[in-house]
Design a binder for this molecule. Structure first.
Ligand code: ATP
Ligand code: PAU
Length: 306
């Protein structure tokens, strides 16, 4: 991986040492509880990578809140509650939502008074019918398949402390869920994960960095991510086996090798193409890059100097 020189690179051991007293006070049993059973993040990674990362986020949050307070003192106004927005980007199937879920739990644990919400940008995809109408069925996940205007408006509403609704997406129906919304009600921290977090909509007067206060990019070799994508595809088939309404139901009951061949094709023609053309080029905009090795463990953390 070749990154620009504005990153400071930490090996695993060096990064792990940045963990301060607060992180050290989390017991092994508590760590185990924080890591949900469904998520297979290793305990070592939680301790050595994600706890120091949680502390870095606290440091950045403190600076953010101080800036708001200092501005208010200067302006002689009351400080308005303004959510701190964390963006998590990276390829399809690299582990963005797993990272987001874990950070939500760790941040809530380390800052009990703070409300931490998370959501994915998947809900801002155009519905399948609209993708089809525009001839974009094979472009799901590419920039033109999202309503970036709606996503930007949503994030501006969050920043302006207005209650905002994010549309929901379901992997089981493989579509945006009609009428389903997640309500975001002035949280202290909002974690937004999605492949397009570091992208800016065409002709948008607002740049992604105007909206996100800290951004993470989860990075890994394309070959590794392909393996995780295929593994997850298998999980989707297993989950669909008893649900005729599930998008994957016919594949779950058909020839597994044929289904896997289709998934492999989907990876190459859609998700890998999107990674190379549109997602990876945004990596070096992130405040923090987490680099994963083949078993999902993180071997390097890169921190942007400026
Ligand atoms: N740290 C980890 N350890 C073990 N498995 C992991 C880890 N992170 C992610 N995975 C697995 O990798 C797969 C992809 O993870 P996840 O769903 O979080 O990716 P994603 O980037 O959010 O994908 P998408 O953009 O398609 O929603 C899942 O099967 C998940 O269980
Ligand atoms: C919903 C997205 C775009 C992003 O999470 C992705 O999971 C996806 O569905 N990509 C389209 C190709 C595929 O089915 O993998």
């Amino acid at each position: 991986m070749q990154t620009q020189e504005q990153y400071r690179e930490y090996g695993r051991a060096e990064w792990g040492k940045l963990r301060g007293m607060e992180a050290k006070s989390v017991s092994a049993a508590e760590l185990e509880a924080l890591r949900s059973r469904a998520d297979r993040v290793s305990l070592d990674d939680v301790r050595e990578i994600y706890l120091p990362l949680t502390e870095l986020i606290r440091v950045r949050l403190r600076s953010f809140l101080n800036k708001l307070a200092n501005d208010s003192t200067f302006l002689r106004t009351n400080t308005e509650h303004t959510p701190f927005i964390i963006g998590i980007s990276g390829s399809v199937a690299v582990g963005k939502s797993t990272t987001a879920r874990l950070l939500q739990k760790l941040l809530s644990r380390q800052m009990p008074g703070m409300s931490v919400q998370m959501l994915t940008t998947d809900g801002f995809l155009l519905p399948n019918a609209e993708l089809e109408r525009r001839g974009l069925t094979d472009r799901k996940g590419f920039p033109e398949s999202y309503d970036m205007h709606a996503l930007t408006k949503f994030l501006v509403d969050v920043k302006m402390n207005r209650t905002a609704l994010a549309p929901e997406y379901s992997h089981a129906s493989y579509d945006v869920v009609p009428g389903a919304f997640t309500e975001v009600k002035q949280p202290d921290i909002l974690i937004v994960e999605g492949i397009n977090v570091l992208q800016t909509g065409k002709d948008s007067p607002i740049y992604y960095s105007d909206l996100y206060d800290l951004t993470l990019y989860v990075d890994a070799a394309a070959k590794d991510i392909e393996g995780w994508f295929m593994e997850r595809f298998n999980q989707f088939l297993d989950l669909a086996v008893d649900d005729p309404d599930d998008f994957y139901y016919p594949y779950a009951h058909g020839d597994r090798d044929e289904a896997l061949a289709m998934a492999s094709d989907l990876w190459r023609t859609v998700n890998l193409a999107n990674l190379n053309e549109y997602i990876l080029p945004t990596r070096d905009r992130a405040s923090v890059i987490l680099h994963k090795t083949s078993n999902h463990s993180i071997d390097k953390v890169l921190l942007r100097r400026f």
